[in-house]
Design a protein around this ligand. Structure first.
Ligand code: NOJ
Length: 563
């Protein structure tokens, strides 16, 4: 029977951060049993694909993105029987599970690496990037988590790590290593997994000769992107991988494919692409971090049009060749309103507008846990409660730049990855119902959990949750579903600042108009309006072709032919 390659397209995807979704065994950490117990919640929301951040065995240096056994479950999350149960229960509900495939690097506690350390001539040593270098690291690349991308292991011997030093990079030039990875992937797909979200995959090829580059900071180092991202030849590895694995299963793959130039998108997600779909990060961060989060611009302080152009360009390029994956939040970012809207303006209605902005773009929408509740950053006030390695690094950089701890913490906290990693609030009981009363959750619950939680949101017909449910219904079951799924994307009303506006044209014609202005404004529409499909606020005013939008309001309209 022919394999259906498109089964995922009309589904809604949802990212679960397992450590923080639901604690099934009462130890303060979320786990697989907890996730299984909440499948009905996901089903009821309308979810058809669930991406689990890593649950493999791991020392948890980088939240599980440092894997020490690819074919086992970390005891923190349960065991293989729990995983099998989750897969079976999800299948009963027609939900397909994606695991996180982290194969650019593994953990330094993986037996391969341990053997490589002990026996420099072993086969396993060839799975990594070891180099001999006298008098300092083999080159001046800076790792993505700060500091040199090389770690010394005694004498002149170093290994490469593009992320933390507990995440040695795997050497994809080695065919034996590639075979091992293929075996692992097939192990999971044979279990009936829905597929994978694939981590940091554009980094698996390094520039030939591993050359140093001109320093771009006072540390004398150079960012590793130019030397390790989308490097020529990567396609050979990715084609081989696809043919040996994904091609043979009815699975979906969504690549974390940062840095792919538009003209190469076709290789990644075109008809013969390496992956089913991918996340495009070109518009996910409107600001640039500079050399540390403390120097980064705050919400609304960056150039709106540059960000908007990136979003439009991504949609326009992608629709020519394939089907993207669209998202607003994930486990690596602060909550969306903190990224896009100044603090003084935050409200549930603003979160609905942001939801509306991304949800009807062309692509499969990924909701990050808690986004549907309108969760916000919890405002961490002390570095002591932070687990995220990246936040700790940026805090150190801020202190090294001369900031006091009191100055550094609020600036770094704004961008902390732990903002999105705190426990999911299920109700207003102690610990937000995430873990039993009396148990300390691994990260603090949000101070607002008594009012912002799943139970309260589900009972609120005007809340963020109800708004997401309606968007899901519109995308999957309504008369507009086909148009939202496949319709052509085109940006409109570009003359207006602080406005994201686009049409989707298929069986029907829709216009999505989202204001990011804090003022009420009038917009002159270049088309007639048939219907209001959705508004983030109760009020909706259209006089002739003049649409009045309140601050941060979004509307989705069914429109007439001419525009
Ligand atoms: C991307 C993941 O999303 C992030 O959480 C992780 O730190 C890096 N890749 C390294 O695996």
């Amino acid at each position: 029977m022919a394999i259906n390659r498109d089964w995922w397209k009309n589904r809604i995807a949802y990212q679960v951060y397992p450590r923080s979704f639901c604690d099934g065994n009462g130890d303060g950490t979320g786990d697989l049993k907890g996730i299984t117990s909440k499948l009905d919640y996901l089903k009821d929301l309308g979810v058809g694909v669930v991406w689990l951040s890593p649950v493999y065995r791991s020392p948890m240096d980088d939240g599980g993105y440092d894997i020490s056994d690819y074919c086992d479950i970390d005891p923190l999350f349960g065991n293989m029987a729990d995983m099998d149960e989750l897969l079976a229960e999800a299948k009963k509900r027609d939900i397909r599970i994606l695991m996180d495939l982290v194969i650019n690097h593994c953990s330094d506690e993986h037996p391969w690496f341990q053997k490589a350390l002990r026996e420099p001539d072993s086969e396993e040593a060839g799975y990594f990037w070891f180099r001999e270098s006298a008098g300092g690291p083999p080159n001046n690349w800076r790792s993505m988590f700060g500091g040199s991308a090389w770690e010394n292991v005694g004498g002149d011997r170093y290994y490469m790590h593009l992320f933390s030093k507990k995440q040695p990079d795997l050497n994809w030039e080695n065919p034996k290593l590639r075979e091992k990875l293929v075996e692992t992937i097939r192990f999971w797909l044979d279990k009936g997994l829905g597929g994978f979200r694939i981590d940091a995959i554009t980094h698996i090829k390094k520039m030939e000769g591993l050359p140093s580059g001109p320093a771009d900071g006072p540390d004398g180092m150079v960012g590793c992107f130019a030397y390790t991202r989308c490097i020529e030849g990567i396609g050979d590895f990715l084609t081989e991988l696809r043919e040996a694995t994904f091609d043979q299963y009815e699975c979906m793959t969504v690549a974390e494919a940062a840095g792919v130039p538009n003209e190469q998108l076709v290789d990644y997600i075109g008809p013969k692409g390496y992956f089913s779909t991918m996340f495009d990060f070109s518009y996910s961060e409107p600001y640039s971090y500079g050399h540390g989060w403390h120097t980064c611009k705050g919400p609304g302080e960056w150039d709106f049009r540059t960000w908007r152009n990136a979003l439009y360009a991504s949609q326009l390029f992608t629709q020519k060749i394939g089907y993207g994956a669209v998202f607003l939040e994930n486990h690596d970012y602060p909550r969306a309103c903190q990224k896009f809207v100044p603090e003084k303006d935050h409200s549930p209605a603003v979160q609905m507008m942001l939801g509306n902005l991304f949800f009807f773009l062309r692509g499969i929408p990924f909701i990050y846990q808690g986004q549907e509740l309108g969760m916000t950053n919890p405002s961490f006030t002390s570095i002591d409660v932070i687990d995220d390695i990246s936040t700790k690094n940026h805090y150190r950089v801020a202190l090294a730049d001369g900031l006091t701890p009191e100055e550094a913490m609020p600036l770094v906290a704004r961008y902390s990855r732990d903002n999105a990693r705190i426990p999911f609030p299920w109700d207003d009981s102690e610990n937000g119902g995430f873990a039993p009363a009396g148990v300390k959750p691994w990260l603090p619950v949000h101070p607002d959990y008594k009012t912002v939680n799943a139970k309260a949101e589900m009972a609120n017909p005007k809340g963020v949750y109800a708004f997401y449910k309606e968007m899901i219904r519109l995308r999957t079951e309504s008369e507009y579903a086909k148009t939202i799924l496949e319709g052509k994307f085109a940006p409109i009303l570009k003359q207006y600042d602080k406005l994201i506006a686009y049409t989707r044209e298929g069986e029907k014609k829709l216009a999505v108009i989202c204001s990011l202005s804090d003022k009420t404004r009038k917009i002159k529409l270049p088309f007639g309006v048939k219907n209001l499909v959705l508004s983030s606020l109760d009020s909706y005013k259209l006089e002739g072709n003049i649409l009045t939008l309140k601050p941060y309001q979004s509307v989705t309209l069914e429109i007439e032919e001419a525009f």
